[in-house]
Design a binder for this molecule. Structure first.
Ligand code: MG
Length: 168
């Protein structure tokens, strides 16, 4: 039996911070005075992760799968979109090896919430939490993130698919 085919993908997302909540990151609602603006729940972490997963297998991006012009996605819980991406990958025989995501935010403190985020993502994807890394950093008060105008997330995902014996 040959080694599985491996694929890596990256994702990036930004959403604007506005007055009022909720602030949803990594599938978790975090108490905060300001939340992210977007057509869906604006969960930048899940959006970056979905783009990494889709990118790894060249299945486009979340803008194509869930167009902002479609009212069906208004205010939608991004975990539902992540479940759809999970099903797309499974249908083509891909399994997720691991995900790593960095959230770039000046405030609030993200670290107290990363365990809950890993649990939420793991539950949605059916993936062990030791395969899901969530980290956070500030932007050292520089630029739009430093001015607390927005939050960004960067993600990478590794996928594997067992090669079929006898296929090229
Ligand atoms: Mg987004």
């Amino acid at each position: 039996m040959s080694a599985p085919e491996m694929r890596v993908g990256t994702g990036y997302d930004v959403h604007q911070l506005v007055a009022g909540g909720p602030l949803v990151l990594g599938g978790v609602a975090i108490p905060a005075e300001r939340g992210l603006l977007g057509h869906s729940d604006a969960d930048v972490a899940l959006h970056a992760i979905m783009d990494a997963l889709l990118g790894a297998v060249a299945l486009g991006d979340i803008g194509q799968h869930f167009p902002p012009s479609d009212p069906a996605y208004r205010g939608i819980d991004s975990r539902r979109l992540l479940a759809h991406v999970r099903d797309l990958l499974a249908r083509e025989g891909w399994r997720i090896v691991n995900i790593d995501c960095t959230i770039v935010a000046e405030r609030p403190k993200i670290a107290p919430h990363t365990a809950a985020m890993r649990a939420a993502i793991g539950e949605t994807l059916g993936l062990a939490t030791d395969r899901i890394g969530i980290k956070a950093t500030t932007n050292e008060r520089i630029g739009f993130i430093g001015r607390e105008e927005g939050i960004a997330a960067i993600a990478v995902a590794l996928l594997a698919r067992e090669s079929v014996v006898g296929s090229p």
